[in-house]
Design a protein around this ligand. Structure first.
Ligand code: HEC
Length: 205
């Protein structure tokens, strides 16, 4: 009697522990894939992150030069600086990042910055995001081994000294604008509007 009690106890312990083993055993394929993806995303930044890094570092480069010139020499000098340096500076950042980086708009000052059809669609959708107060997230498309990244360029008070109206643009700045950009469409903005977008193309991994 006693022996059979121990036998039952022994068998149930074996069964119980084998049961326990089973529950923590095989990981499903999808769980495994998720684990790998999580691990690799820690090492490799996402396309969104890569694009944002390029956009922000180029913005910082342009902003630093623009603000510096505005402070030291005034808005009119800064305007001349933008006229000569904005595109070369953007291009040099593109070389650094081995990507194609453009600053484009639906209402351009420099017609070389005109948005194409796809870019215009992104601009429209960012305008809606801003108006509705939604979270701003980059738009990403992958096509033929390339990643296309779009992210809005939004106005603040400072921009209005060159992109605002007669109330915010000094007369001498306005005169320079008319001279340098006779077909300028990039005025009449207020704060917190989509002035344009970063349009960045880089190689897919
Ligand atoms: C000192 C004057 C000045 C200020 C301030 C200024 N811009 Fe501009 N902006 C220009 C000039 C000049 C150009 C044209 C550059 C060129 O010819 O490549 C330009 C071009 C641009 C473009 C490219 C599209 C186009 O119209 O050609 C964007 C986008 C832009 N500015 C956004 C901004 C934003 C956003 C701010 C504020 C954070 C700002 N700008 C402040 C003078 C200015």
């Amino acid at each position: 009697m006693k022996n059979s009690f121990y036998l039952v106890l022994f068998v149930s312990i074996v069964l119980f522990s084998s049961c326990k083993n089973e529950t923590k055993e095989p990981i499903s394929a999808s769980e495994k894939a998720a684990e790998i993806e999580e691990a690799s995303s820690k090492i490799e930044p996402s396309y969104a992150q890569i694009g944002l890094d390029m956009a922000f570092s180029t913005k910082a480069q342009l902003g630093k030069n623009l603000m510096g010139t505005m402070k030291e020499k005034g808005t009119n000098e800064a305007l001349q600086f933008c006229n000569i340096k904005a595109i070369p500076l953007t291009d040099s950042m593109a070389t650094v990042h081995r990507a194609r980086i453009k600053r484009v708009s639906d209402k351009t000052r420099n017609s070389n910055n005109k948005a194409n059809e796809t870019e215009l669609k992104s601009i429209e959708s960012f305008k809606n995001v801003l108006v509705n107060g939604e979270e701003i997230k980059p738009i990403l498309e992958t096509k033929n081994d390339s990643v296309y990244f779009y992210y809005p360029i939004v106005t603040n008070g400072m921009c209005l000294k060159c992109h605002g109206s007669k109330e915010t643009i000094d007369p001498d700045v306005l005169a320079s604008l008319n001279k340098l950009y006779p077909t300028d469409a990039a005025t009449g903005y207020t704060e917190n509007e989509v002035r344009g977008i970063w349009s960045i193309q880089f190689k897919a991994k």
